[in-house]
Design a protein around this ligand. Structure first.
Ligand SMILES: Nc1ncnc2c1ncn2[C@@H]1O[C@H](COP(=O)(O)OP(=O)(O)OP(=O)(O)O)[C@@H](O)[C@H]1O
Length: 318
């Protein structure tokens, strides 16, 4: 495994003003005993509600914060003790912080990074070409970073994080604030990184479409603790999320009609639209029974909603 954490904790002591003159100190448990292992080449989604402890975990994995307790190893190194060595083996994109030089054109930032990380010219050129092609960077490579839009800068940040060929890429909300096209570009790019298989990716995001499109495995934390570690399908199974069939009908839905393997969950639009939630039976069998019973105008089968299942998990844990 390339990342391992056992009993990882981080506490912050904060002081709060009480009355006019007194301050009271109290301890915030930001990460409260996280166990986590990530295998080489995985693309892991690390999600949780605001304040759950995601960024604090990433900061401990990258050596920015010293854990209060627990063991952590990334690329076989202890992040804080070996921070400089580790920096050469990981890439980091933290939404709020930039690794680019504000006043320099993007291409000069890339060139500086090549010297800082001492990347051989050929490797640098090959990786830059790959990122440029996939992220469409060509048209703004000569633009100073401060003039770039958020979406353009994020493409630059991703490139900057990958130019030294890191083994692990940590991404803290890489799609936040991006328009649909930029989001798509970032997701397609990350899917390509994942497909090549030589970079492990840890992704935190509030955009569940990122998770749905990119992550086979999902770790959910809340109040600093892991509350789910598994696939999205396993999460749906845990909450018994079901597929639904939405059918538009030529005539009103006959009151009281039932179909085996499905439950009627909504009758709308003057009873000419019915929603059936599948109860374990295959969609095809229910659709066939439906077509026998009523005259169908249109029909769609909808997958379980990720927003819904994750909201239920967050509610349960809060
Ligand atoms: N430097 C700090 N000092 C005091 N408390 C902190 C500090 N950093 C984080 N916290 C607290 O630790 C908890 C976890 O914060 P963290 O930033 O890790 O959450 P997060 O899951 O990344 O949230 P978000 O999704 O809102 O970015 C929060 O209660 C936060 O207020």
């Amino acid at each position: 495994m390339i990342i391992s954490a056992r009993g990882l904790r981080k506490e912050f002591t904060v002081s709060r003003k009480v009355g006019r003159f007194r301050r009271e100190r109290h301890v915030v448990s930001a990460v409260d005993g996280v166990d986590l292992t990530v295998e080489r080449g995985e693309l892991l989604g690390y999600i949780g509600p605001n304040g759950a402890g995601k960024s604090t975990t990433l900061k401990m994995l990258t050596g920015v914060l010293t854990p209060s307790a627990g063991e952590v190893s990334v690329c076989g190194l202890e992040p804080v003790a070996k921070r400089t060595t580790l920096a050469r083996r990981i890439g980091v994109v933290f939404g709020q912080r930039s690794q680019l030089w504000w006043d320099l054109p993007l291409e000069e930032s890339f060139s500086l990074l090549r010297h800082i990380y001492r990347v051989p010219e050929g490797d640098h050129a090959a990786r830059l070409r790959q990122c440029t092609d996939l992220l469409g960077l060509d048209e703004f490579q000569r633009t100073p970073v401060r003039q770039l839009s958020l979406g353009q800068r994020m493409r630059g940040e991703l490139t900057a994080a990958l130019l030294h060929g890191p083994e692990v890429l940590f991404l803290d909300e890489p799609t936040i604030g991006l328009d649909v096209l930029s989001k798509q570009a970032v997701r397609t790019f990350l899917a390509d990184v994942d497909k090549r298989g030589d970079t492990t990716v840890v992704l935190t995001t509030h955009d569940l479409a990122d998770i749905e499109k990119l992550c086979r495995r999902l770790v959910v934390i809340d109040h600093g603790r892991v509350v789910h570690d598994g696939t999205l399908d396993e999460l749906h199974a845990r909450y018994r999320s079901r597929r639904t069939i939405v059918a538009d009908l030529d005539n009103p839905w006959p009151e009281g009609l039932t179909l085996p393997g499905a439950v009627v969950t909504a009758v709308e639009a003057d009873a000419r639209r019915v929603t059936l939630t599948l109860d374990g039976m295959a969609a095809g069998e229910v659709v066939a029974a439906l077509a026998q019973a009523v005259s169908l105008r249109d029909l769609s089968v909808q997958e379980p909603d990720i927003e819904d299942v994750v909201a239920r998990l967050y509610r349960d844990e809060s």
